[in-house]
Design a protein around this ligand. Structure first.
Ligand code: FES
Ligand SMILES: [Fe+2]
Length: 325
C-alpha cells in the first residue's frame, strides 16, 4: 500500500458528477469514488464490510454510498450503517480525495495537499486512458521516440532519416531528462496547412520523467532546420502513470496546446476539442501496441536494447527506488 502514500490523479473531474459512483484501481487496491448531491467527494475501499459486494456498484443517498446487496451505507470516512443491525460498528478503509487542475486525486491517509501543477491559461485538457500492460512497460513506451517512425502518423521522426536523429539523456538522482531532435516525418496535409509546418522541419521531443508518483512531462515542437525558428504549433503533456495492478495501467494526461497563430483565439474551442481527441487516440495507439507484446514480463535482460533505449534501465532504477516495487 506504500505506493498509495503518493497523490495520484485518477479521473478527469468532469467524469464524476454529483450523485455519481465509480470504481478505480490503484496499486492493487479497489476504490469506490463518489460525489454526493452537494458536490462532496468520498473515496473508500471498494468492498462492503458485510459480504464484500463492490460498493462502486451502489448509489449515493444522503451523502453516503449505499451497498446494492443489503443496503448497508457508508460515509466518506468509511463508517458503515447497517439498517438490519443498527448497533453494529463496522468500517472500511477511507482515502484522502481532492479535486485540483481538472482531475480527482487520491492517496492513502491524510497528508499534504496534492502537488500544484501550474495551470495554463484556459486550463488543461484532462483525459484518461487505460493500457493492458504493467507500469514498467508503459513507461518504457513513453520514454523513447524510436517508435514514432512506425507509429503515430501525427508526430515524430521520418523513418528514412532516423539515423540523423539525436538523443541526449541527463539524469539527477530522482529524474531522467531526454531530449530528442531530428528530421520530422511528413505530416498530414491538413496539419501542414493549419500550423505551417514544412516538409523538412525538425521535430523535437523533450521530456522529464519523475517518480513521486511516476509521470512524464513532455514538450513536442517543430522548428525550421536552417534558421531554428519555432513553428506555430507546440504542445505540452503531463502523463501520470498509475498502476492498477501487475497487468494494467491507467494514464491520466494533462494537455496544454500552444498555437501561435493569428486566429488562434477564434478557433480555440474546436482546436481544444480536436487536441483532446488526438491525445486520446494517440495513447490508444500505444495501448494497442502494448496489448500485443508476446509477454508482459518487465525484465530488460532478454531485450536487445538500442541507442534510444538507454533510458530504460535509468527509469527502472528510479521507479523502484522512489516509488517502490
Ligand atoms: S454485502 Fe453490502 S450490504 Fe451486504
Ligand atoms: Fe507513443
Amino acid at each position: 500500500v506504500s505506493r498509495l502514500s503518493f497523490w495520484h490523479p485518477i479521473l478527469p473531474a468532469a467524469q464524476l458528477r454529483a450523485g455519481d459512483v465509480t470504481g478505480v484501481r490503484i496499486a492493487g487496491q479497489g476504490i469506490a469514488l463518489f460525489r454526493d448531491k452537494r458536490g462532496q467527494l468520498g473515496a473508500i475501499a471498494d468492498r462492503c464490510a458485510h459480504r464484500k459486494m463492490k460498493l462502486s456498484t451502489g448509489h449515493v443517498a444522503q451523502g453516503r454510498i449505499v451497498c446494492p446487496y443489503h443496503g448497508w451505507s457508508y460515509d466518506a470516512d468509511g463508517r458503515a450503517h447497517s439498517p438490519a443491525n443498527p448497533r453494529f460498528h463496522a468500517c472500511v478503509a477511507a482515502f484522502a480525495i481532492r479535486e485540483a487542475v481538472g482531475a480527482i486525486w487520491l492517496r492513502a491517509g491524510d497528508g499534504a495537499p496534492p502537488p500544484l501543477i501550474e495551470e495554463p491559461e484556459g486550463g488543461f485538457v484532462v483525459v484518461r486512458n487505460r493500457v493492458a500492460a504493467p507500469i514498467e512497460l508503459v513507461i518504457d513506451n513513453f520514454s523513447e521516440v524510436e517508435h514514432t517512425i512506425a507509429m503515430h502518423p501525427q508526430f515524430g521522426f521520418d523513418a528514412t532519416r532516423i539515423g540523423e536523429a539525436r538523443v541526449e539523456i541527463a539524469t539527477t538522482p530522482d529524474s531522467v531528462t531526454v531530449r530528442n531532435s531530428g528530421p520530422a516525418k511528413p505530416l498530414p496535409f491538413a496539419m501542414r496547412i493549419a500550423v505551417a509546418l514544412r516538409r523538412r522541419d525538425l521535430f523535437h521531443s523533450d521530456y522529464t520523467l519523475r517518480f513521486d508518483p511516476p509521470r512524464s512531462m513532455v514538450t513536442h515542437r517543430w522548428s525550421d532546420p536552417e534558421s531554428g525558428a519555432e513553428r506555430r504549433l507546440a504542445y505540452h503533456l503531463i502523463h501520470y502513470f498509475v498502476p492498477e495492478d501487475d497487468a494494467a495501467t491507467t494514464i491520466l494526461t494533462f494537455g496544454a496546446l500552444s498555437l501561435r497563430w493569428p486566429f488562434a483565439r477564434a478557433v480555440r474551442r474546436p482546436a481544444t476539442a480536436l487536441f483532446r481527441r488526438k491525445i486520446v487516440s494517440t495513447i490508444e495507439e500505444d495501448a494497442a501496441l502494448l496489448a500485443n507484446l508476446a509477454d508482459k514480463a518487465v525484465s530488460l535482460d532478454d531485450m536487445r536494447l538500442g541507442r534510444f533505449d538507454a533510458v530504460l534501465p535509468l527509469t527502472r532504477e528510479r521507479l523502484y527506488r522512489i516509488y517502490g516495487s
